[in-house]
Design a protein around this ligand. Structure first.
Ligand code: SF4
Length: 367
């Protein structure tokens, strides 16, 4: 019989756990429930697809198999292991938090919410994941998947991103985790997230295959496709960006290291910047490179064009081959500037856009 009222916790918990036992995907981070493994995976998975995270996670765990290895590494090593995954504040916070855990907690990730929340980059969601998945505590999680599942199960018709509804969702998530059998709060949280990832997907939820369909209020009312309520958002702004590919006669590339704060902080890349309204690309390249590293260049040919979306804006990046015509490179608006031979490129951390330019350069050289 279809639901006519919001479900009771026990209508959800046991069917969900039973389904989860067989439906659960075998993912690398699920084979290691140590607090360190859970923490790394949860930070990598935020706003990033599972398939993208898998190779990064595996590489990270080979490079930094435990917290001690992470805390003892250099920041450059950490950024390099993360390069291409985006959201570069995260590896910096992981690194800083690892060092604080060594200093404050003798290298052991704390099993208390208050102590976890005091660490950089650990919010309520990550703390809940570590405490429930690694330590078996009755702590809720509320990520995008759980948010959507709860909005549908309880037919919450208001905007789920408001403070009021967020509070309501945390309360519901807490009730569910409190109803989990002894020793299974982590499984319950993982099952909720898995249901959102596999069955209760953003578009076209697969209600016919859903283990909790009989209790789902939105499904009973036929409004699951309208939950959660999505507020139309303005299209993020777009910027045109130019970058200079400058090589000397030995093939060395002129690279900059970005400042230690802001977007892409501390990562390496090609010099350049955002084009002004009405400015030609050639003028923009000359202006931005002059301001950034104090040299004069002559753009000669377009190498490649790349589109990329960041969280709050989109860019189209035009990379031009340039000749260095005058001036000694100096870090005027960057942390460092350096001529780098191709053999040394793998030792530097690049964001996805610069890595794609370097791939295009390599492809052009071998064509
Ligand atoms: S019945 Fe449909 S809408 Fe409800 S939780 Fe299951 S998949 Fe989601």
């Amino acid at each position: 019989m279809p639901a006519t009222a919001p479900p009771a916790s026990d209508q959800i918990v046991l069917p969900l756990l039973t389904w989860h036992q067989t439906a659960r995907r075998d993912l690398p981070w699920r084979r290691d429930r140590s607090p360190y493994a859970v923490w790394i995976a949860e930070v990598m998975l935020q706003q990033t697809q599972t398939a993208t995270v898998i190779p990064y996670y595996e590489q990270w765990m080979r490079r930094f198999p435990d917290l001690a290895a992470l805390a003892a590494a250099s920041l450059d090593d950490v950024l390099r292991a993360w390069a291409g995954l985006g959201y570069y504040a995260r590896p910096r916070q992981l690194y800083r938090a690892a060092q604080l855990i060594v200093a404050r907690h003798a290298g052991q990730i704390p099993a208390a919410r208050r102590e976890l929340l005091a660490l950089p980059g650990i919010g309520r969601y990550t703390a809940g994941a570590i405490l429930s998945l690694a330590f078996g505590q009755r702590e809720p999680v509320l990520d995008g998947n759980v948010r959507r599942v709860l909005c549908r199960l309880y037919d919450i018709a208001a905007d789920p991103n408001t403070a009021t509804v967020t509070k309501q969702l945390w309360t519901l998530a807490t009730e569910l985790v409190n109803a989990a059998p002894e020793g299974r709060p982590g499984d319950l949280n993982e099952a909720l997230m898995e249901l959102g990832a596999l069955i209760c997907t953003p578009r076209q939820p697969r209600c016919a295959a859903c283990p909790v369909a009989a209790a789902c209020l939105a499904h009973a009312r036929g409004v699951e496709a309208d939950r959660p309520l999505i507020q139309p958002t303005a299209r993020p702004p777009h910027h045109t960006v130019v970058a200079g590919v400058i090589q000397d006669e030995t093939g060395a590339l002129l690279l900059i290291r970005r400042l230690p704060t802001g977007l892409l902080a501390g990562l390496w890349g090609l010099p350049g910047g955002v084009l002004l309204v009405g400015e030609t690309m050639e003028d923009g390249i000359r202006r931005t490179i002059r301001g950034q590293i104090g040299v004069e260049v002559a753009p000669t040919a377009l190498l490649t064009r790349i589109k990329h979306a960041y969280t709050h804006f989109r860019i189209t990046l035009f990379a031009w081959r340039c000749q260095h015509t005058a001036g000694v490179p100096q870090p005027l608006q960057c942390a460092e500037v350096r001529w780098v031979l191709p053999d040394a490129l793998p030792g530097l951390a690049f964001p996805a856009t610069d890595a794609r330019i370097l791939q295009a350069l390599k492809a052009a050289a071998s064509a």
